[in-house]
Design a protein around this ligand. Structure first.
Ligand code: COA
Length: 196
């Protein structure tokens, strides 16, 4: 337990620099800014995310979240990043590489959220572009996957402009905002060309 209380993820994982953004592992000192941004963005994010637990924005839940991230990192199951604006250090959103599968798959799933005050500034495009070399060169994955609800126009645009190709349609794929919802399935291979 003491390990998790004192751990500083930035010691374990170097940050990733993108165009105007820095991706780094979250730490306990991020709690207040993270919780304030999530609260300010609640109405915007809730329709697109799994149901938020009642205590989601508490310090205790954030501590548990960091423990999960540390375990995922230790076991190479997932990599969670905060997106920091390089110009002023503001926390603007988050991005996760989750469900890493090794063996014959060498694949992982991309997830992301942007705080409402910061949407449509290109920060998520920069963050996805920065994490792609990390996924393919550093982690040596072969394939990145993402899924989104068909009405999520921003997410679709983000994926398609970053070389993700629509590969399928999965019925009631994920329980989002308390409802099993159909999703579009996207994939990006290591050598996909980036569409601008
Ligand atoms: C999806 C999301 C991360 C995009 O973040 P963002 O900060 O707007 O991303 P960017 O500014 O990099 O924009 C990416 C592209 O999508 C477009 N876009 C973003 N929101 C859009 C919208 N509501 N309608 C149309 N286009 C949109 C942008 O214009 C940009 O395309 P362009 O470069 O051709 O102009 C953000 O809208 C979000 O957090 N949504 C709620 C949570 C969510 O959907 N999570 C993912 C679930 S699959």
């Amino acid at each position: 337990m003491a390990f998790f209380r004192t751990i500083n993820f930035t010691d374990l994982m170097p940050s990733i620099e993108g165009d105007g953004v820095i991706l780094r592992m979250p730490q306990m000192t991020d709690f207040e800014e993270w919780a304030a941004l999530r609260e300010a963005s609640r109405g915007f994010l809730v329709p697109w995310e799994p149901t938020w637990p009642d205590d989601d924005l508490t310090r205790g839940a954030f501590r548990r979240r960091l423990k999960r991230y540390a375990e995922d990192l230790r076991t190479d199951q997932g990599y969670a990043f905060l997106i920091i604006r390089a110009s002023d250090g503001a926390l603007v959103g988050g991005l996760t590489l989750a469900n890493i599968r090794r063996g014959v798959a060498q694949a992982g799933s991309l997830g992301y959220w942007m705080g409402l005050p910061y949407i449509r500034h290109g920060y998520m495009t920069a963050a996805v572009r920065a994490v792609i070399p990390f996924a393919f060169a550093t982690l040596r994955l072969h394939r990145l996957e993402a899924a989104c609800i068909p009405t999520n126009i921003g997410s679709i645009r983000l994926l398609e402009k970053n070389g993700f190709v629509r590969e399928g349609y999965a019925r009631e794929y994920l329980c989002i905002n308390g409802i099993w919802q159909d999703h579009l399935l996207y994939g990006r291979l290591k050598d996909a060309s980036i569409k601008g």
